[in-house]
Design a protein around this ligand. Structure first.
Ligand SMILES: Nc1ncnc2c1ncn2[C@@H]1O[C@H](COP(=O)(O)OP(=O)(O)OP(=O)(O)O)[C@@H](O)[C@H]1O
Length: 645
């Protein structure tokens, strides 16, 4: 093997002739871009380039003519026949960059995807995540180790005692599964926490893990559904696999409605739907697949329990449904207490300065009473606020105080923060101004008084003026009797009661509001049913005038009958209105009393109504109260929380 070192000096044309050409080592010459020549060497011959043997040498030339002349002269001199002379090829080569240009966009795309996926893999708490550039299918579940992360306990979740009590069952199971398994009990696998945004669903799920001392894996439903088909399902698989490895564990899927919407219901069945369905199916498969000995509990959060696929709610899946409502004034006070305790408050600082010599118990009592007062005041000013809004008010208050360079946070800082949150959130969620709160109080008091003094109305369970997620600003809950027939009197009394809100507004304010639109819809529907279907109009007789409006283009009855129907519907409603007006006019003081109490407390129960108005003047048609709620016990009294709470 011939070897020549061209490492240090650049090869000249003369050197090339002497060392390679004359020695018969050259097989082919490539003239590149008219200024350089790449000489390919015969088999076995190499030159050293950068210490490495390569089968070619490169040298530059002044001009092609000179190179060709010299080459011919050398070959003439060596008596090489024309047909055996070294072939010369001329070529134009572009730079390496121009080679890359056409494929540059593709390379950038691949590079970008690589970066994104590897970054996700390295995210904190990313155990169980995918690895490598193509780990799309891996779950992005965040894992919180109990020892280091899940410090939240039930005491950090204020109010919602009923929800805590229900979820306690899972805590007990995760702490001591054998106790249940010994008895052959199957533990529910999942629970759905539903409620308006910011009511503490995530907080409660996390606190459940904290109380049970188990790892908490949380993921948002929307994170499952990505642009790549099949990714969601594979993420679900991976999430459950990780949870099984760490069991006992809690999986929390927030926004479950992103994947758990009723299947096949969409009008526009796009590709995204298929992906969502595949993800949902995988979730169902996983939930069916784990036995209760896996000791995994899946908790899901949603603001829209109404849209969830029924399959999710079947036994063995999310068969516990725990709803968390927007807190009432007492609940808000408790939440304020939790968040105020973290701040440096002026009221507490004052005690620290002025009461240096008091003993610890006294100090603690004074401190508690100051926080109690402040929390109560702020709760009264914040109707409709959810836990997240309250946390926000506390934080905003501290920010405002800091902006003013104040050494501690004062009451007026919080009041400013409340105004800011209300103004900022007006469109986002329903929060009542104090004027609106007054109107809603009288509106609901009107309904409540009508219901109290109308024999055939349903007994009241609870009336509230806390805005609800479903759109009502206030609402009243009644306990209808289980019955299959409704009498004419019941219809009439229900219509009167439904009009009670508007009539009360008319009697107590100079103007009326839009708050009664739903009531009118209900009243109209009831009157129409009575006239069209139920034969309850003397003028129209016992005829069913109800038509299927989708299939019937023309009325099956005459214009005169249509006219009478209109008149009869109006008559029924007018009569109900008049009766309602008479009733409430005779009870102005009571409406006033109930409205004021409602304004103050925001929620009134049947027991409050008895206290304010005396017992209903008729025996309750519904005996459920007597049967299930002992001797006048307040059904909404907070039950005693369990020891752990
Ligand atoms: N009951 C509560 N007690 C104390 N703090 C609360 C409570 N409810 C909510 N918060 C505060 O609000 C914050 C947000 O609550 P969280 O994220 O749990 O609400 P969510 O119901 O899960 O909301 P979303 O539906 O928007 O996911 C909590 O971190 C906490 O600071």
């Amino acid at each position: 093997m011939s070897q020549t070192d061209s490492n240090h000096e650049e090869l000249s044309f003369q050197d090339f002739v002497t060392n390679y050409l004359e020695r018969g080592l050259v097989r082919k010459l490539n003239v590149i871009n008219k200024f350089a020549v790449e000489a390919e060497l015969v088999s076995g011959a190499v030159s050293l380039h950068g210490g490495q043997p390569v089968p070619k040498v490169v040298f530059t030339i002044g001009s092609i003519e000179y190179f060709e002349d010299e080459l011919n002269k050398v070959q003439d001199r060596l008596n090489i026949p024309l047909n055996e002379r070294i072939p010369v090829v001329y070529e134009e080569r572009t730079s390496w960059l121009s080679y890359l240009m056409p494929i540059l966009p593709t390379m950038l795309l691949i590079g970008g995807l690589y970066y994104l996926t590897t970054r996700r893999v390295q995210a904190p708490g990313g155990r169980g995540s995918g690895s490598g550039p193509f780990g799309f299918g891996k779950s992005t579940a965040k894992l919180f180790n109990q020892e280091t992360d899940v410090k939240i306990k039930f005491k950090d979740v204020a109010g919602c005692d009923e929800s805590k009590e229900e979820i306690m069952e899972f805590v007990k199971f995760l702490q001591d599964p054998q106790k249940y398994e010994k008895l052959g009990a199957k533990i529910p696998r999942g629970a759905i926490l539903s409620g308006p945004p910011g009511t503490g669903k995530t907080l409660l799920a996390k606190a459940t893990a904290g109380e049970a001392g188990v790892p908490f894996l949380s993921v948002s439903g929307s994170e499952f559904v990505e642009m790549f088909v099949g990714v969601g399902a594979s993420r679900v698989r991976d999430l459950f696999k990780t949870a099984r490895e760490m069991a006992p564990a809690i999986i929390f899927v927030d926004e479950i409605d992103a994947i758990g919407k009723e299947r096949g219901g969409g009008k526009f069945g796009g590709g995204g739907n298929d992906e969502r369905e595949a993800t949902l199916n995988q979730l169902l498969v996983e939930m069916d697949g784990f036995s209760s000995s896996d000791h995994i509990v899946v908790i899901a959060g949603t603001n829209r329990p109404d849209v969830l696929d029924k399959a999710l709610l079947r036994p063995g899946r999310f068969d516990r449904h725990i709803s968390i409502d927007v807190p009432d004034v007492e609940g808000r006070k408790e939440i304020f207490k939790v968040h105020l305790a973290k701040l440096k408050l002026k009221a507490i600082e004052d005690i620290n300065i002025n009461e240096k010599s008091i003993d610890f118990d006294k100090y603690q009592a004074m401190k508690d009473s100051k926080i109690e007062n402040l929390a109560g005041r702020l709760a009264a000013l914040t109707p409709g606020f959810a836990g997240a809004d309250i946390a926000n008010v506390c934080n905003e208050g501290a920010l405002i105080a800091a902006r003013e360079d104040s050494p501690s946070v004062e009451t007026y800082h919080f009041e400013q923060a409340i105004e800011r949150v209300i103004a900022g959130l007006e469109k986002k969620s329903r929060m009542l101004t104090l004027e609106e709160k007054k109107t809603v109080s009288y509106h609901e008091a009107g309904h409540a008084i009508c219901g109290w003094y109308l024999e055939f109305a349903d007994p009241l369970v609870k009336v509230s003026i806390i805005p609800r997620g479903q759109g009502a600003l206030g609402y009243a809950q009644y306990l209808p009797k289980d019955q299959y027939l409704t009498s004419k009197e019941q219809y009439n009394h229900q219509m009167i009661m439904a009009l009670g809100g508007r009539v009360s507004e008319e009697l107590h304010f100079d103007t009326v509001t839009s708050g009664a639109s739903d009531d009118f819809k209900k009243v109209t529907q009831m009157a129409q049913s009575m006239i069209l279907k139920l034969g309850m109009s003397e003028r129209l007789g016992k005829i069913n005038y109800d038509e299927d409006s989708e299939r019937t283009i023309h009325h099956l009855y005459s214009e005169e009958t249509a006219q009478i129907i209109d008149e009869e519907v109006k008559r029924l409603i007018d009569e109900a209105y008049q009766k309602c007006h008479d009733l409430l006019s005779s009870k102005l003081d009571l409406v006033d009393k109930v409205a004021k109490e409602l304004y103050k407390k925001e929620v009134l129960t049947r027991e409050d109504m008895i206290r304010l108005c005396g017992p209903r003047p008729f025996p309750d048609r519904n005996d459920a109260f007597d049967k299930y709620i002992k001797g006048g016990e307040d059904p909404f009294k907070k039950r005693k929380p369990t020891d752990q709470v």
